[in-house]
Ligand binder design. Structure first.
Ligand SMILES: Cc1cc2nc3c(=O)[nH]c(=O)nc-3n(C[C@H](O)[C@H](O)[C@H](O)COP(=O)(O)OP(=O)(O)OC[C@H]3O[C@@H](n4cnc5c(N)ncnc54)[C@H](O)[C@@H]3O)c2cc1C
Length: 324
């Protein structure tokens, strides 16, 4: 099928690449390239996410993990294996990740003083600038094109060509499909110099004061915040000072690190991910794939695979609405 994908963040790019890999003629339409979206601000790691809907999220996340494991064999992708330690001041409820070989509870003697539990995750670190560049090159090398420009609401009629449209607009879905359940979740980070190999570490025991260290290839990303009541696009110096102080508690070696950059991004929040088939006013297939909150990378390949199966089913049987 000929498919127009709206959005060029990690969700749109991955969906468009997966559609082309499956033999569809997919092209991207986007207001911004990924280097100007929240996708470049992300940490970005693969670890079990507690996003909703819980019935579908583990399948999407595990599919993504399989793909990241393959991509980690290719240096240019910017994907690397990551040991990630998730510290808890109170023992957490069991997560779906503990049903897999990729998440283990550390034995009591290995849990740092002051904590009740530690989950050790066999995950992946994705370096967004490298990865997103590599994904664009992969997409364009296969014949995909990216057309820049902001689109109006799809129910006003759309100039997008093709047999189907996939909506990967992230927070832009508020306007593109008038989804009022979307909300921005502000994240502020500090990038600092990296002096050697680092595990990922996090202490999110207090949701109002989360702290994490995520390694990228040549720097560390320190976080963070997850705030739904703050729309300030500028880094807040008070928050940055708190992030740096908390990171040194997690990793004392960071006291000597130098600040490279302060960053702010707005995660596309929604009560649950929207991945379902719909129709445009002209009756062409519209597939929604947005609202991935703080887990756009974790969900990316799994959600893209489900979009492909909806498009495949529609190609095989064009009349009914296929999928979920
Ligand atoms: C501090 C921080 C840390 C994070 N850490 C992680 C992590 O460790 N792991 C993880 O998986 N995720 C993480 N995330 C979340 C992740 O960044 C997001 O879930 C993901 O980037 C969302 O990608 P997206 O492609 O859906 O949206 P976006 O990146 O926002 O892309 C949306 C695209 O749609 C386009 N668009 C929107 N409206 C229109 C329109 N009307 N017309 C045309 N184009 C339109 C935009 O131009 C853009 O190209 C983090 C986020 C933050 C802020």
């Amino acid at each position: 099928m000929q498919v127009s994908v709206v959005g060029c963040g990690v969700t749109g790019l991955t969906t468009a690449v997966a559609l082309r890999d499956a033999g569809h003629d997919a092209h991207i339409w986007a207001a911004e390239l990924p280097f100007d979206t929240v996708s470049v601000v992300a940490g970005a790691i693969w670890a079990p996410s507690q996003l909703e809907p819980r019935t579908r999220v583990p399948g999407w996340a595990l599919h993504s993990r399989t793909v990241f494991a393959r991509l980690a064999d290719v240096d240019a992708t910017g994907v690397a294996p990551l040991r990630y330690v998730d510290l808890h001041r109170q023992a957490p409820a069991p997560t779906w990740g503990e049903d897999t070989p990729w998440v283990q509870r550390a034995p009591a003697e290995a849990v740092p003083v002051g904590y009740e539990a530690a989950l050790v995750v066999d995950g992946f670190a994705i370096d967004p600038p490298l990865y997103l560049r590599w994904m664009i090159e992969r997409f364009e090398a296969s014949g995909g094109t990216i057309t820049l420009g902001k689109l109006g609401p799809l129910d006003d009629g759309t100039p997008l060509p093709g047999d189907a449209v996939v909506n990967c607009a992230g927070l832009g879905a508020r306007e593109l499909v008038r989804d009022r359940s979307m909300f921005p979740i502000r994240g502020q980070t500090v990038a600092v110099t990296k002096s050697g190999p680092f595990d990922g570490t996090a202490d999110e025991s207090d949701p109002t004061r989360i702290s994490y260290v995520y390694p990228r290839r040549t720097q560390l990303v320190l976080g963070g915040t997850r705030d739904t009541n703050d729309d300030n696009p500028e880094p807040d110096p008070t928050i940055a000072t708190r992030i740096l102080a908390d990171a040194v508690v997690l990793e004392p070696g960071l006291a000597a690190a130098s600040v490279i950059e302060h960053r702010v991004g707005f995660r596309p929040g929604r009560p649950e991910v929207r991945l379902e088939a719909d129709r445009l006013p002209d009756h062409r297939l519209l597939v929604h794939n947005y609202g991935h909150g703080g887990a756009g990378y974790i969900m990316s390949w799994g959600c893209a695979a489900e979009v492909v199966s909806i498009i495949d089913a529609s190609a095989a049987n064009p009349s009914p609405i296929n999928g979920c």
